[in-house]
Design a protein around this ligand. Structure first.
Ligand code: SF4
Length: 962
């Protein structure tokens, strides 16, 4: 056996003249920590954190350090591949081709589409960190069919926040744990986000703060918590409504905050059955009106925070009520006893927690000696905060009632006075934006014409039904985003694409381009059927229903087998990138920040950065934003694009905000700087700006901040951003469902009924749609996954270090429930949902509430992929529950996907199952793909072998990675 050379971290790197360091941004998960890569010659020897970096402050996790083995992974794709024309798609018979062959083939397909019907290109991406670039590329191409992964990730979190406060959690906002006394975390897996949150929790606990975790599973963060509140999946919205019930009932609402900064006092027209019902009563200037204690009606701004929150007024024959009363009415129905029956949380616990939140916020205000001026022109001598902070993620989002649940969470924060106040929720720059942000896709078919760019950005935030991308009742996008089925699909619906494309609904497509998304495995649901759809043929012509599939990826995933053309991407350690304010910023609450990636190693063999490949295709296709008037390329590489592109010609706003201007001395707005990347490199690959203290809080209302934000083009005008306790945009959709909206509206009764039912302007709770339509007695349990700390999506299982930490995944069940069902610890079981069944090994765990079972996500791998040996534990003992997650809703004859009816978020966590003993003692089903031509892989293995003191002969490994 060859001897492994361990790297001694006690070595003094400075003393070794062969060592050098490169600063860049980690991509082993989505946190984007700053890392220092130590190289010996051209070999990566060590990865550590950058102490000055705003995200991780020098901390790096084991996953980040294991980036070395991702760089040297045996699963790397090293050259372009094309399907052997004699082999059917899905068998993985791909042959190496030169770049010119791959590029000219794809250019031919795309040129034909663009000249005839650009909709026939569907371009969808996974958790890429260049969405601004990808969206721009697709817009220049002219297709409406582009989105990233948000539809199956957490669009509910993003949209729920954007439609409430013009920001959200994760990349858009953050709990202020430096000043919080009480921190409540809902539905957050172990790694979301990782280092930054762990640092913050550690600080909170050092200062004596209390930490509560609300989650069906006590794992990761839950183990650190002072209190774990087990909750049934999909019921968090009921819990949140009940918390608000207690706060209102006990007089613990921060009324001053609600009156001044939210639309709670704005008067709503109460006229059921009329087109005005539920809309704000406005003056001739279009301003919202409020009532004063005197009964006088004045504009919201004129009232200066003195509008009343309760009452009923009659003006011009119209009945008017403050928006707050609508919320009050809804939450008064949500008693703790009601919530107990739904959530499983005892009503005494609900009351206790609500009182604790209310009392901490009221009795322990944070008072900072920071004067500021609000948009009313009032000066405040101090900045007051309410030290109750929340964090939430996919556990709330990935349900078919998730949007309204997250609306509820933000309304709860408003009632506590904890939005952008010290100790509460804080925006991350460039947020807050207007509620919702004023960007939306072009809504008409003629906005997407041959040889033209699309008229507007492809994703955004509709404000009325007129913004829908529909023709009558039919969707204009292949994923049915912005249709009556999923009107506020702000991140698109990647999970809908393959079935719709295979069924030609709403129209057939020609080419499916996939970047960094494992759509044939863990980035899809109903996996086995999805794989059949990717290979489905037209009965008459024998042609594939999706004629061309193009995959851009770094690794040999399960999806590669379904490609007609594969473009090999580099790793994050081999390319330039920008983590941009135009995309998912790395800003902290104290101000904007962004960062770059720069190559620490040469691209492996013939791999190329996908952005470079897309730029090459754009230049060949002469996409307008990529070429000048003579058709000459403006950019040759992504490096060029990062430095030279502007949002509009002459806007001065580009991908990177730091070191702008020809001398690199401007920030945020300034001419492009052709040496901008050099400045970043000199500053350890990041840039940050700290807001002055008097612009750090109450930013939606802080006039000095609003003036500055407008000057740097983050908001259109320095106008107030009023928080939406009540959502008028949602009400307009309800009116459309009732047939009362004067513009676009559906005619199908089922579509109408969905709008009426789910588009409540105040948060509501309803059972997940799966509960409403499937047999809950036959399938009594809910099954969930979590991402483990060691793996990021599929990416852990080909990493030789990380896969030693986790390479199989039993399904965990509460022992009391398991014994009730006669199931023993360690036995093999069947897990059956309404669409199929699979086996898994069962393990007892006290750390899961009784009605839930759970397992890790994406540890299992299909035999033949990821350079894994067919006997690897990931293939033979790990399980993937995606096989049995329904992609379609149970009712309505399969018209709807298993999605949130507001945003189209995939209802991953709504799946119901039955569990019973299995006679089969192994993993089933056993999907596999044929291993790729071993030529490329054997070269990769040689490289992989360099980490040992002696090269390992390739034959010694066989064809796989044990
Ligand atoms: S938390 Fe994520 S980004 Fe940060 S070091 Fe770990 S893997 Fe890298």
């Amino acid at each position: 056996m060859a001897q492994v050379r361990l790297i001694d971290i006690q070595e003094q790197p400075e003393e070794n003249p062969n060592l050098r360091k490169i600063h860049t941004t980690c991509y082993m998960c989505a946190c984007r920590c700053g890392i220092e890569v130590t190289l010996e010659g051209d070999r990566i020897r060590f990865i550590s954190g950058i102490p000055e970096h705003p995200v991780n402050k020098g901390v790096w996790c084991a996953k980040g350090g294991a980036g070395i083995m991702t760089e040297y992974s045996p699963a790397r794709l090293s050259q372009p591949l094309m399907r052997d024309p004699s082999a059917p798609r899905g068998e993985g018979k791909l042959v190496p081709v030169d770049w010119e062959t791959a590029l000219s083939t794809v250019t031919g397909w795309l040129k034909n589409i663009r000249e005839t019907d650009p909709r026939k290109l569907a371009y969808f991406t996974g958790r890429d960190q260049m969405q601004a670039f990808n969206g721009y590329w697709a817009r220049q191409f002219g297709t409406p069919n582009w989105a990233a992964h948000g539809g199956f990730c957490s669009v509910n979190m993003a949209a729920g926040g954007m439609y409430s406060v013009g920001g959200s959690l994760w990349e858009f906002g953050w709990p202020d744990l430096e000043k919080a006394r009480l921190f409540v975390m809902f539905g957050v897996a172990e790694d979301h986000p990782s280092n930054p949150l762990k640092l913050a929790i550690s600080g909170l606990k050092d200062r004596g703060g209390r930490f509560i975790v609300v989650n069906p599973v006590r794992s990761g963060y839950g183990a650190l918590a002072d209190e774990w509140v087990p909750i049934r999946p999909g019921t968090d919205g009921a819990f949140i409504l009940a918390l608000m019930h207690v706060l209102i009932r006990e007089g613990l609402v921060d009324e001053e905050y609600v009156r001044a900064w939210t639309n709670g006092p704005a008067l709503v027209i109460d006229a059921p059955g009329t087109p005005e019902n539920g809309l704000f009563y406005r003056n001739e200037a279009g301003e919202m009106m409020v009532a004063l204690e005197s009964g006088d009606l004045v504009s919201f701004l004129h009232a200066q925070g003195q509008g009343v929150l309760e009452g009923r007024f009659t003006v011009d024959g119209k009945t008017l009520r403050p928006a707050f009363t609508y919320l009050q009415e809804e939450v008064m129905k949500a008693t703790p006893a009601w919530a107990e029956s739904i959530t499983g949380i005892p009503k005494r616990t609900i009351v206790r927690l609500a009182l604790e939140m209310g009392k901490v916020s009221r009795e322990h205000p944070v008072v900072l000696p920071i004067p500021w001026t609000d948009f009313y022109g009032r000066q405040h001598s101090h900045t007051i905060g309410r030290p109750v902070a929340f964090h939430a993620m996919r556990g709330l989002a990935a349900h078919t009632n998730g949007f309204q649940t997250i609306r509820g969470l933000f309304d709860l924060m408003m009632l506590l006075g904890a939005v952008d106040t010290p100790g509460g929720f804080l925006y991350k720059s460039p947020y807050p934006k207007q509620v919702p942000p004023p960007v939306k896709p072009a809504p008409n078919p003629e906005d997407y014409r041959p040889n033209q760019p699309a008229k507007a950005p492809l994703l955004g935030y509709p404000t009325t039904p007129d913004d829908m991308l529909v023709v009558g009742d039919e969707a204009m996008r292949i994923d049915e985003a912005y249709s009556w089925k999923y009107p506020l699909a702000a991140h698109g619906g990647i999970q809908n694409v393959i079935r719709n494309a295979a069924e030609g609904h709403p129209y057939p497509i020609d080419t499916l381009m996939i970047y960094m998304a494992n759509i044939a495995w863990n980035s899809t649901w109903n996996t086995l059927e999805t794989r059949e759809m990717l290979t489905a043929r037209d009965e008459k012509t024998g042609e594939y229903k999706i004629p061309h599939v193009i995959v851009f990826d770094t690794f040999d995933s399960e999806t590669v087998a379904y490609a007609d053309v594969v473009f090999p991407d580099t790793t994050y350690l081999e390319r330039y990138d920008a983590t941009s304010l135009q995309d998912r910023p790395i800003s902290e609450p104290d101000g904007p920040a962004d960062s770059i990636r720069q190559p620490a190693a040469m691209p492996w063999l013939e791999s190329r950065p996908t952005a470079d490949t897309l730029i090459e295709l754009a230049n060949r296709l002469k996409l307008p934003g990529f070429v000048d008037e003579q058709g000459r390329p403006k950019y040759h590489t992504y490096q060029d694009f990062i430095q030279l592109w502007e949002t509009e010609p002459g806007s001065g706003v580009g991908l990177l905000a730091g070191y702008r201007g020809v001398n690199g001395d401007k920030m945020l707005v300034g001419e492009p700087n052709p040496r901008q990347l050099e400045f970043y490199k000199e500053n350890k690959a990041f840039w940050r700006y700290r807001l002055p203290d008097d612009q750090r809080y109450y930013r939606m209302a802080n006039q000095k901040y609003l003036n500055w934000a407008a000057s740097v083009k983050w908001i259109g005008k320095p106008e107030p951003i009023v928080l939406h306790l009540y959502s008028e945009p949602l009400q307009t959709f309800r009116l459309a469902g009732q047939g009362l909206w004067p513009g676009k509206k559906p005619s199908d009764p089922v579509l109408k009924e969905r709008l009426v039912r789910y588009f409540s302007p105040v948060p509501i709770w309803y059972p997940p749609l799966e509960d409403q339509s499937s047999d809950t007695e036959k399938f009594p349990l809910r099954i969930l996954t979590q991402r483990p700390m060691t793996h990021y999506h599929s990416w852990g299982s080909h990493n030789a270090w990380l896969r030693q930490l986790l390479n199989e995944n039993p399904v965990y069940m509460n022992p009391v429930k398991a014994r009730e069902l006669g199931l023993e610890d360690g036995q093999w079981v069947w897990i059956e949902s309404r669409i199929g069944k699979m086996t898994a090994r069962l393990r007892y765990s006290d750390a899961v509430e009784p009605d839930t079972v759970w397992t890790w996500n994406a540890v299992a791998k299909g035999a033949g992929s990821w350079a894994l040996h067919p006997d690897s534990p990931e293939v033979t003992r790990a399980v993937l529950i995606n096989h049995i997650i329904p992609d379609k809703a149970a009712d309505e004859r399969g018209r709807f996907f298993n999605n949130d009816p507001v945003t189209g978020q995939a209802g991953w966590y709504d799946t119901r199952v039955a569990i019973y003993p299995s006679e089969l003692q192994k993993v089933w089903p056993e999907p596999h793909v044929t291993a790729r031509d071993p030529v490329a892989r054997s070269v990769a293995l040689e490289r992989y072998a360099y980490t040992t003191s002696q090269p390992i002969p390739v034959e010694a490994h066989g064809k796989g990675n044990h």
